[in-house]
Design a protein around this ligand. Structure first.
Ligand code: WT7
Length: 638
């Protein structure tokens, strides 16, 4: 266990020290880890190139810190409790020793297949322990994993595999999702038609539905590990060697591969996990995070940090509402879960179904609740606090991003005084600042602006894979010498932060991050479409919904609107995945554009929000085609 903060006064003191002398602060925390060779410098950085390096010269392996470091104490402790999609299927658990042996065996398997340090391995898996085993085996041999969420389409999977030049794919025959199953292997096959760098494909048998195996390329997981040794010496990694790539959406172009490296990520995630959640590995604490390994939460706060901390985690394969809306609460009671971490969209969806599914469950083991992925509205916060935490459990509203690797602004459970819908205060070592649109710092409290970070913290992204310039442009150029988060935030009279949401063209749909440009590109691939514009709008359950304005080709004129819309949704599902399907489509004859040809999204956002009064649209006289605004507004009301 790392140094635990145990009172608010101590937090204030630690925070002060961490910002006055960050190198000393992180140096001390780093001492609790196993190093194969010590580092000779804590930090080297500038935000102009950017160049960010932590623990320079240090050599280590992150899985040695999960296993060899923890095993003397935790060998027989449960590491993973697996809860299958179907609650009638038997659950099982793995101790740290058992998990270690499985990871070693799979590490050897990967090596046998020719995977070496530095190679990229794509993982497209259900939420099952093997997904975690695959990730850890990559880390153990120094291969870089790129996990692709199982809900993404063949095209999205292919794009990610090709961008990283992955050599191997690890997938499953299928994935159970509620009452249905999704044929992962079939989707992967389609993707692999376009992936020349993939040499082998390991397939885990999960749904047991019949699938075609391609000779010379596809290998069953259970066959590949047969007779493979379950001991393995971890590969020596440099502190700054790449640990993984995770693709995420931005305001322009295709998703970018966020790069995280080894030592800083390891140290920051474990330290933040233990302190934010106040998780105690020496007690009966059971941690259940409902995220998927396809997202950063599943990387940092399911796979890496909890296992580094020696925690017992619940890995749940299914969805919140199967076989009924009480499933999360059933799981909490079944395993005596103490720490529960989920997304506001899930809370709102369950809240909408009323208390009936909640009441049969005791929920009396819970100590800490967490929220992540999007702003949590006050109503959802209060419902969660009262009905799930029974007013007894603090809610940690954790703000962070794929790029930050770990939680940056959050209460420490039971320590930081809470305010509903506020992520509250920065974690030790994190130095947020708010700036106006010109980049001028907004000093003092009671201000609102663009949220930036002015000093590096160990788990921040180092680059975007294969395109460092893009990293610089996206995050470090908007405001010189600052990391720009893309979020707006307010700092209230008490210095508490409230995250207001994205200020760029990124939308957050059910906690899934999507670029409006990315969705537009997908829509435009439909043969009937001339042009489209996508904006987010407030949605009761999803947080934001997707609103698409679409101009059709003339040949579409004699087709039924229902068929056209269905066809467009199908295209989006094929290009990105079901999560990107627009909630509303409005067929229009034109889009409001400036004289330089830029779409005026501000106006489209207003219409999508349901604003009917043109006087509230701001100045529209500078538009090339002001008359179109009235026309769109009229058809939006029908
Ligand atoms: C964006 C990052 C962090 C893991 C999951 C999402 C939004 C995230 C909060 C929160 C308000 C939040 C931000 C951020 N966001 N957590 N507690 N309160 N907004 O990671 O997919 O990289 O998305 O999610 O807008 O920029 P991501």
């Amino acid at each position: 266990m790392l140094k635990k903060i145990s009172s608010f006064a101590e937090y204030q003191q630690v925070y002060k020290e961490s910002t006055e002398n960050p190198e000393k602060f992180w140096d001390e925390i780093a001492q609790s880890f196993l190093w194969k060779k010590p580092y000779n410098k804590v930090l080297e950085w500038n935000f102009t190139e950017p160049n960010i390096k932590w623990f320079l010269g240090g050599k280590l392996n992150i899985t040695e810190n999960i296993f060899e470091r923890n095993l003397p104490k935790f060998a027989q402790k449960t590491a993973i409790i697996f809860e299958p999609n179907d609650n009638k299927e038997a659950s099982y658990s793995l101790t740290y020793q058992q998990l270690f042996e499985k990871v070693c065996q799979f590490s050897n398997t990967l090596t046998n297949l020719g995977i070496q340090k530095g190679d990229c391995v794509a993982i497209y898996m259900p939420m099952i322990p093997e997904a975690i085993i695959a990730m850890l085996a990559c880390a153990r041999i120094g291969a870089v994993h790129s996990v692709v969420f199982g809900g993404f389409s063949a095209q999205s999977l292919a794009d990610r595999i090709n961008d990283a030049g992955a050599k191997l794919l690890i997938t499953a025959d299928g994935v159970f999702r509620g009452a249905k199953s999704v044929p992962l292997k079939e989707i992967a096959d389609k993707a692999l038609e376009k992936c020349p760098t993939i040499q082998k494909n390991i397939v885990f048998q999960r749904t047991k539905e019949p699938i075609a195996m391609q000779k010379d390329r596809d290998i069953w997981w259970h066959k590949a590990i047969l007779d493979v040794e379950n001991t393995h010496n971890s590969v020596e990694m440099d502190a700054e060697d790449m640990l993984f790539i995770l693709y995420t959406s931005g305001s322009t172009g295709k998703p970018k591969g966020v790069v995280h490296t080894t030592a800083g990520y390891m140290i920051y995630t474990q330290y933040s996990f233990e302190n934010v959640f106040q998780y105690d590995p020496n007690s009966n604490d059971i941690y259940f995070c409902t995220a998927d390994v396809g997202w950063i939460t599943g990387h940092s706060y399911i796979t890496y940090a909890p296992l580094l901390a020696g925690a017992t985690i619940v890995v749940y394969e299914g969805i919140p509402t199967f076989p009924n809306a009480g499933r999360f609460w059933e799981i909490i009671d079944k395993y005596a879960v103490t720490h529960f971490y989920t997304a506001p969209t899930a809370i709102r969806a369950l809240q909408a179904l009323g208390l009936e599914p909640v009441l049969p469950h005791k929920l009396d083991t819970l100590k800490v609740l967490g929220s992540v992925g999007e702003p949590i509205n006050v109503e959802a916060w209060e419902w969660y606090f009262e009905n799930i935490g029974k007013k007894r459990c603090p809610i940690v509203d954790t703000w962070w991003q794929t790029e930050t690797g770990g939680i940056l602004i959050s209460p420490l459970a039971g320590i930081t005084p809470l305010k509903p819908a506020f992520a509250t205060l920065p974690f030790p070592g994190v130095m947020p600042i708010l700036v106006d649109n010109e980049g001028k710092e907004l000093l003092g409290n009671g201000v609102e602006g663009n949220l930036c970070i002015k000093f590096p913290f160990p788990s921040m992204l180092r680059t975007t894979f294969g395109d460092h310039e893009r990293c610089k442009q996206t995050y470090f150029s908007t405001y010189p010498n600052l990391y720009f988060t893309g979020d707006g935030a307010k700092r209230d009279e008490d210095g508490y932060y409230r995250i207001l949401g994205r200020v760029d063209d990124v939308i957050n749909v059910s906690g899934h991050r999507l670029g409006t440009a990315e969705i537009e590109n997908a829509i435009n691939e439909n043969a009937l479409v001339v042009e489209s514009a996508v904006v987010g709008y407030p949605h009761d359950i999803k947080g934001q919904g997707i609103y698409a304005y679409i101009i059709l080709k003339s040949e579409a004129k004699n087709m039924s609107e229902t068929n056209i819309k269905a066809d467009i949704l199908k295209t989006v599902q094929e290009v990105i995945g079901a999560i990107a399907k627009p909630d509303k489509i409005l067929l229009v004859n034109g889009l409001p554009k400036t004289r330089s040809g830029k779409i005026m999204r501000r106006i489209l956002r207003k219409i999508a929000e349901g604003e009917h009064n043109i006087a509230n649209f701001g100045d529209i006289t500078t538009l090339l085609n002001p008359e179109i605004v009235e026309e769109i507004l009229k058809s939006s009301k029908v």
